[in-house]
Design a protein. Sequence first.
Lengths: 311, 351
Amino acid sequence: MDLLPVVIFLQSILAATWRMATPILYAAVGEIFSERAGVLNIGLEGVMLIGAFAGYSVAYESGNLILGLLAAIASGILSGLIFSFFTITVKANQIVVGAAYNMIGMGITGVLYRVFYAESGRALSLKTFAPIEIPFLSQIPFLGEVLFKHNIMVYATLLLVPLATFVLYKTAFGLSIRSVGEHPKAADTVGINVNRTRYFAVIIATTLAAIGGAFLVLAYADQFVEGIVTGRGFIALAVVVFGGWSPWGAMGASLLFGIFYALQLRLQAMGNIMIPYQFLQALPYVVTVLVLIGLTKRRVQAPKALGVPYK
Amino acid sequence: MNWVNFRARLKKVFRSAWTPFAAIPIALLLGGGVLLLAGYNPITAYEAMWQGAFKDKTAFTEVLIKATPLMFIGAGLAVAFKCSIWNIGAEGQFYAGAVMATVVGIYLGDLPRFILMPLVLIVGVIGGALWGMIPAYLKNRFGASEVVTTIMLNYVAIYITGYLVTGPMIETKGMFPQTPKISAAAWLPRFFPPTRLHIGFIIAVLLAIILYIVIFKTSIGYTIRAVGINPIAARYAGINVRKNILLAMAISGGAAGLAGSVEVAAISYRLYQLISPGFGFDGIAVSLLVNNNPLGVIFSGFLFGALRSGAEVMMMTAKVPSVLVYFIQGLVILSVVAFGAYRATTKEIEE
């Protein structure tokens, strides 16, 4: 039997896996900070959409991808301030605010996109971050394709995850975040400003989610379309749980999703296979559900004060 | 009842009722800001919206038609939310109901009208309820967060629908990805032809009233609310928490499924990919706006029906994208929660 087609098939899937995992990973690592501090943000989808649109429009108008990324970061900070204001200062129900924020994100990006781009008749694509081939390593058969021919935003996740782990577990700030999410009252009595800590954690989360959204337009697809995030914000929430609220865990979980995304795309691209393409499209979402079921065996405890506003 | 007592009661009613009225102008104001930013004249746009909703009898019946699925879904979600089950999956449950209704309406189309018509609605309820009970079961059995699972099942339901209408159920010799029409024996009666106002609207209002009674006036509703307020305390009090979670999801899923089957049996007469323009998500706002009171859903469903119906006309006449409605709805919710928190801090409210 000839193994070559199988190897090529595998290579093409694994080469896309990391790239597909990246936007989810940014959002998930961010959300870990927020949830560790006790704030559940189901509005990630909206935050990512706004980040994607901000990144796209600024990069498109200026012709500069870095400016686009900075705009996405700014939009993420703004989203974080809004979300924090309502959930921490006003102490509104976090799920309600998150659901509202998703609608806001969908509405505002939809209107602005249609007005300024879809109906403008302009060419819409922009030049995305190009893959960087690592010298020598990218020449290795198989592994070279899979690991060493990605763009800068993909490679950056290798920095993001250890950095996030370091901040969470080795710094005073990380300790405050975790204590505020486990036992806010105790944290308060030892002099930690609970609400301020939560503000910071939420802003980290939304900023990273916005970067994840921007990835979709700056480093993946080359243009914005309405609802481009297609549930990745929600999948990131599942990844946080599956990864046991740890950045490395989130990386593993996102890569798993990456595989299914890549598989789904690859199978669709192959055409005439027996499975209807809608079933393939549904795959990542079905896997999310299955993964959540599988968690029951190795249940990691959620932060104790998750979802509870502090007096 | 003495005068002071009466005044206190009146004050309380007023306190709980004014927030939507205050929230909507604020949301419209901010929405106007976005319109300005996008280069529109907000006054012209809102004028077109108002005209679109209330210009004449036909426009008004279209508002009621748009309000119907929102009332169904909102009233059902109110039950789940009262139980603190965050069902974001009404969209998928709507699709489940619509699929079931279409299947029965086509393949059992030879049944007599008096059987087929109710049957189509009943299977819609069953489809939605079962689709809603999956996340409830997964939460009970495996501790899987319903926020995530309900959303994931939305996508699954939509893709299954997409498969059905492009594959096994596509109309013969059809150019479009849609099923053939369901048997005319399953069509719901309309009130004032040529308007499309149908009996489903009455059913929706009735359902809202029934669910209000169930939630606030029966022991079933009491236990559901008890679970919602504090599941641990409810368990100590001998309430079967899991059963109530399952029940709340069955009710809210069933209501959304009914909305789907009514939409098929009264409006579209067939299934296609985008049969819901996001009713399931609008329903969330409809319920939250009135603090998850099924009776209030009649009001908020009407309001959002008017917003949506008006927005469609606004899109045609003033060329303003109708997705603006999502933005406005999101702002309405945020304003309501902000006012709610303000109310709570003034501490004059008693439960």
